[in-house]
Design a protein around this ligand. Sequence first.
Ligand SMILES: Cc1ncc(COP(=O)(O)O)c(C=O)c1O
Length: 484
Amino acid sequence: MMNEFREKGLSKEEISHRLQAFRKRDVPWRDGRVFSYVYHAGDDVEEVAKMAYNEYLSENGLDVTAFPSLMEMENQIMGMCRWLLRGDAHVSGSFTSGGTESLLLAAKTARDYAQHKHPHIAQPEVIMAETIHSSLFKACNYFQLKPILVPAREDHKVYAEDMAKYITPNTILLAASAPSYAYGVYDDIEEIGKLAAEHQLLFHVDACIGGFIGSLNRLNGWQQPDFDFSVPGITSISMDLHKYGYTPKGASVLLYKTEEIRRHQYYVCNEWTGYTVVNPTMLSSKSGGPIAAAWAVMNYLGLDRYKSMARETMHAVETLKNGIENIKGLTLIGSQLTSLICFTSSRINIYDLADELKTRKWVVNLQFSHSRVPANIHMSVTYQHIHKVSEFLYDLEESVKQVSKRVLPKLMDMATLKTANAMAGNMSADMMAQFAPMLGIKDGQLPDKMAVINQLLNDLPKEMSKELLLRFMGDLYAAHAPKS
Ligand SMILES: Cc1ncc(COP(=O)(O)O)c(C=O)c1O
């Protein structure tokens, strides 16, 4: 086999040059035209984060006895988060690599807690809002828990009354969002808390979005539902720092009501031949960078600046929502008292609209239809967007007009779609591979216009679209030698 490893290393300048070159096809988030992925509070904040990250780049969070400084910073971060979430002195938790790890751990802790308390449960069940983030679905998949989905009502909110119907002797955890990512709606947290307490069940609130901005809104005097440890019955809360805490990625927090529950998150291994492993979270060796940077950003911004950033962000959200509502053909979905915006249209093709916005250099998230909610566009509005509101609304209105005029491409899209649907029932892997070029996928690269693909993914049977996505991902990740 050909040697795929470079014999002689490149210079520092060349490395830097190549890194810049790699970036060319990435979304241009620095312009404030991307409504997801990156939470940017300003160049000064980024500078502080980089300084702290670099300072702790090589330190290892594996062993607190070797790096007590990382534990100290983590404990201080926990203290700040606990205060935001109105937890008492018993509340404590861990710093994790992101919302996904926080949710994975919340589920794993519930499983192990149940094994300890109710060893007779053979198939543990998690009763969760159908609108909860996918990472809890993933947790159920990883840890062999049975997900029981509770449908949201017309207002996209999941209610305690509905959850109650699903409780069985196998239930180990209730879970809901504050707010849900997709529609930006707080579930019925207070009542679900009562339900959990009544049945002596664990109750996890996913506040990966709301933990920061929701708490700041409360401190800013907003009237909104309570979702933190002030609500009786909540036993754990996940809260991302790398979202509305504006810290670099790899930063989330999972807090527990009591130490009795938290201890089931920890993992100890002294059976193997090496050093004794005591892992509070999933990873073992981990860079001190994310912890140091989170500590630095939180201390640099301070509560005052966080509060004013939240105020300005929510002002931008309100203006955006009013503007969207005033554009003929668009309808808002959910998005109550949160920084997330979701809208759809019954008049124009929403996939086309996302493409049209892309040609105007705006990046929004498409969300596929789900039960009675049609396919829609999601935007996570952050502090970076506050000066982009009128420009976005102008382009959105223009894009809607443009898309309304397009008839021919839509007909063509429908034809492709019909073919796909007809083939879907018995399509083999090879047939699917042949199908890719029809959709404009060439050499593992997606076309600029994604409307047809998105419509197809939305309309295909779920198992079929899963298979397509898996194959596509498999083709994308293909090892090759460095380009010389
Ligand atoms: C409500 C909610 N929970 C969990 C997550 C997962 O977080 P991460 O992407 O940091 O793993 C997200 C991400 O958007 C989220 O919005």
